[in-house]
Design a protein around this ligand. Structure first.
Ligand SMILES: *Cc1c(COP(=O)(O)O)cnc(C)c1O
Length: 374
């Protein structure tokens, strides 16, 4: 009997979702894949490889280190954009600081490459989010392909009008102009047309350059938001709002012990749940360290076949307790569905008052992981 939860990632579903999202836009619109944070926890190498085989040519990741390992695994062809941009000198440090080793993932890259060499070696394209980033990149890599991000209302990353115009005429190495929508998952939100209008206004003088505004939710708004390239992330996994997508992730946890609990006895840390009837409590082998976050305690449901079994008590670091009183077939070794046909990432997210993105990226590395398809 296994003591380890099972995570299955369906690469065919991910490819099908990418194709379905691609089919929602006009043929000239490229569908790029956002596979930051290890492809939302699903494995950037596996997801990137499957999508490359299916025809994806452009990927976005958050950080240079993610880009470097993607480059090593996908080979020279795909374009890889770095959402965080290009490192600039640290405040109060010597102006040559960008030539010092590039810190990646909390450590210095082996070989002590400068930022410039790091991006060149792995052929990474920064998304220049500020005039300072742009100046550093144009100085370090005058020919290096890059993108520019404009802020159109989210106030997170990107240049506003004054900063953008301070760049003057753009070098030919700028290959994409992009911005990001703050409210695209709320189609009626007035900020959507406002950001669309602002993006159109800011990019009017350079409308010959490819433009990108839409992530998954933006694709579903309307063709006006599609421009030349879309950036799909959560939709690859059938996450909301791409509810027409195929779920790509299943999680099953084995029951490692079942016990009988008498009325009046409590279960788990803080004794937050008390039995009101003679109950059978199953203990499952994953917890909040495996992305089944603590807020799920008392709110979520596991499924034994199609039989629901409520989470009771608090979620521990490595364990979860379920009330299986009404599931007579449950026994040690039985696999309980946490994500699968009966429960999507969005169902689980709702039980924890969060979003599917957070559920996926939290799943972690302790599952027995298997890939199917592609
Ligand atoms: C994460 C991200 C995306 C992908 O968003 P989804 O909602 O997961 O499709 C697209 N663009 C930018 C700038 C992002 O940060």
């Amino acid at each position: 009997m296994s003591l380890v939860g099972r995570l299955i990632i369906d690469l065919d579903a991910i490819v099908a979702n990418w194709r379905a999202l691609d089919a929602l836009t006009a043929p000239h619109v490229e569908t790029a894949a956002v596979i930051k944070a290890d492809a939302y926890g699903c494995g950037a190498t596996q997801v990137g490889t499957a999508l490359t085989k299916a025809g994806a040519r452009t990927f976005f990741v958050a950080l240079p280190d993610e880009g470097a390992s993607l480059r090593e695994n996908l080979g020279p062809d795909p374009k890889i954009y770095i959402l965080a941009g290009y490192p600039i000198p640290e405040p109060h440090s010597h102006p040559s600081a960008t030539q010092s080793p590039l810190p990646v993932g909390g450590r210095l890259r082996e070989g002590a490459l400068s930022a410039r060499h790091f991006y060149a070696t792995h052929t990474l394209r920064p998304i220049l989010n500020s005039a300072v980033q742009a100046a550093a990149w144009f100085r370090d890599a005058p020919e290096g392909p890059c993108a520019i991000q404009l802020d159109t209302g989210m106030n997170r990353l990107g240049m506003e009008l004054a900063e953008f115009t301070s760049l003057g005429s753009l070098p030919a190495s700028v290959r994409l102009i992009m911005s990001h929508l703050a409210c695209a998952d709320a189609p009626a939100h007035p900020q959507n047309p406002a950001q669309l209008a602002e993006f159109t206004r800011l990019t009017k003088p350079i409308s010959d350059l490819p433009r990108s505004l839409a992530a998954t939710a933006g694709i579903l708004l309307d063709a006006d938001y599609h421009f030349d390239l879309t950036r799909v992330g959560i939709g690859l996994y059938g996450g909301w709002p791409f509810t027409a997508g195929r779920p790509a992730v299943t999680v099953h946890l084995p029951i490692i012990q079942i016990r009988d609990v008498a009325p009046g006895e409590s279960v788990g840390y803080g004794a937050t749940w008390t039995a009101h009837r003679p109950s059978r409590i199953a203990t499952l082998s994953s917890g909040y360290a495996d992305g089944l976050i603590r807020a799920l305690g008392g709110n979520a449901t596991g499924y034994i076949g199609s039989q629901p079994a409520p989470f009771v008590g608090r979620v521990s670091m490595d364990l979860i307790t379920l009330d299986v009183t009404d599931c007579p077939t449950a026994q040690p070794g039985t696999l309980v569905e946490i994500l699968g046909p009966h429960q999507t990432i969005d169902d689980l997210a709702a039980a924890a008052s969060t979003i599917g993105h957070e559920i996926l990226t939290s799943l972690g590395t302790r599952y027995q992981r298997r890939y199917t398809g592609a």
